[in-house]
Design a binder for this molecule. Sequence first.
Ligand code: S6P
Ligand code: ZN
Length: 177
Amino acid sequence: MAEAVDAAGALAGATRVLVRRLSDVGEMFLAGGDGEAEVYRVFEREHPEAPGDLVYGTTVIQPGLVGEEYFMTRGHYHVDPGAAELYFGLSGRGLILMQNAQAAREVAIGPRETVYIPPGYAHRTVNTSLAEPLVFLVCYGVRAGHDYDRIRREGWRHRVLRGPDGRPRVVEAGEAP
Ligand code: S6P
Ligand code: ZN
C-alpha cells in the first residue's frame, strides 16, 4: 500500500520517529547549543532485516541557527563501506555535505531533486533556509549501519555558516570563527 508523506514531512507508514533537540545534538555546533528546540526529526519505515531489503523514510530539519551555523543533522558514515544512499528533496532547500579521506564536497537539494550518496562518503544535511523546514526522502539498504563516531573523530572539513550578506556560505573548518 502506498504511504503518504504529509505537508510537514511525516511518513504515514513510519515505524520509528526520532526527534533530535538542541539538548541532544547541540555539541556539534561551533557555538554549542542547548535547550528544547527541535533541530530535526527522522521518520523511518523499517523492515525485517533481510539481505537486499530497503529502509526508507523522511527527514525534517527545522529552520534555525546556532550562532551563525545553520541547523543540520549529526551526519554519519555507513558501517558497510559498500552501502550507498539516495535522497530526494520534497520541500525547502539545503546542502548535503559529503566527505571521505580524499574529498569533501557539497550538493544542493531542493524540491524534486535527487542526490546520490556514493558508498564510503560520510553525509550530513544542512537546512540553508531560515524560512521553512527542509524535508527529504531517504532510501538505503537495511544492512548499511550507521557510524557516528568515525566522522566525529575525523572532523568535518566544511561548515555552512550565514555570511555577512545574510546568505549561506561554505567555509573550511580551519577558517570558521
Ligand atoms: C540514514 C539517512 C538519514 C539520516 C537522517 C538524520 O542513512 O542518511 O535518514 O539518518 O537524515 O541524520 P543522522 O546523521 O542524524 O542520522
Ligand atoms: Zn545515511
